[in-house]
Design a protein around this ligand. Structure first.
Ligand SMILES: O=C(O)C(=O)Cc1ccccc1
Length: 282
């Protein structure tokens, strides 16, 4: 069966999917929700979607869709280095400094803020569904004074010319991509890229209880469960109501994590297990 990814061809997500599933056919989807829906419907074996960037933070669309709309299990994760390049239609190569519009994914635009502010000051920044959707758009509109920010594969795929390499503002630019699937078993850890296992839970605190978050964290702390991420997202039930998404640096076991979850539930919290899965570093 196919592996779905945020498309079109040559996104960073496709590159991540190719690293995890080198020999499986891949299917592009226009948006992150479309891709997750296809996995939920069983049209594809799994969906690969971006979750978090080192410079710009979480991809809220992915987090919120998984929490509120399609709570599919996470079965794997890969962290990939990201290089952003500025590219134009070949006709526009000599005049690229005069571009008036820059197209890309909102996260990619955010990763290149300093570059855009200095080198392409005043150019309109236009968010697209992905970096390669931006590259495709620019290739299909040669009359526009437009550039895209995308990866090298996209320049090749859509016949654009890279006019400035590595336009991201900080060298340490990595993105986490997750694999979600109806199939509950995690990916096999057999890969030279395998780096460990983690477990992700979503915790909803009870209303207005002093120290509730402290008590949640202490359930992990006294069991010596290391947390690698804690992030809050609106519960969408009222101003000030938030979920906490917590990554535990350990695989699901029979004692420690179930014990922590039971303790947190006994505090009056709701806990959703998003997955326990291997992670890989490219
Ligand atoms: O747009 C893409 O190519 C994606 O895969 C999403 C994304 C955007 C910016 C950085 C990493 C991933």
């Amino acid at each position: 069966m196919k592996i779905g990814y945020l498309g079109p061809k040559a996104t960073f997500t496709e590159a991540a999917a190719a690293l995890l599933f080198p020999s499986q056919p891949r299917e592009p989807y226009d948006t992150i929700p479309d891709c997750i829906d296809a996995a939920a419907a069983g049209e594809i074996e799994a969906a690969v979607v971006p979750l978090e960037n080192a410079l710009e933070g979480s991809v809220n669309l992915t987090l919120d869709y998984l929490i509120h709309e399609q709570p599919l299990p996470i079965i794997g994760e890969i962290v990939v280095p990201i290089e952003q390049h500025l590219m134009v239609h070949p006709y526009f190569t000599p005049h690229w400094r005069e571009v008036k519009e820059v197209y890309s994914h909102s996260h990619a635009i955010a990763q290149c803020r300093k570059f855009l502010h200095t080198v392409l000051k005043g150019a309109k920044q236009v968010p697209m569904t992905s970096t390669s959707a931006a590259a495709k758009f620019v290739s299909e509109h040669p009359h526009l004074p437009a550039a895209a920010i995308a990866n090298r594969l996209a320049a090749k795929q859509y016949g654009l010319v890279i006019v400035q390499e590595n336009v991201h503002d900080y060298d340490y630019n990595h993105t986490r991509f997750i694999v979600v699937s109806r199939r509950k078993e995690p990916l096999s850890p057999v890969s030279p890229l395998y780096a460990g296992d983690k477990t992700t839970v979503v915790v909803m605190l009870p209303q207005d209880r002093p120290g509730a978050l402290h008590q949640v964290l202490s359930a992990f702390a006294w069991r010596r469960l290391n947390l690698t991420k804690i992030e809050s997202r609106p519960a969408k039930t009222g101003l000030g109501n938030y979920f906490f998404i917590i990554d535990i640096d350990a695989p699901m076991d029979d004692v420690l994590i179930p014990g922590a979850i039971a303790e947190i539930e006994a505090l009056g919290c709701t806990v959703l297990l998003l997955g326990s899965y291997p992670y890989y570093f490219a």
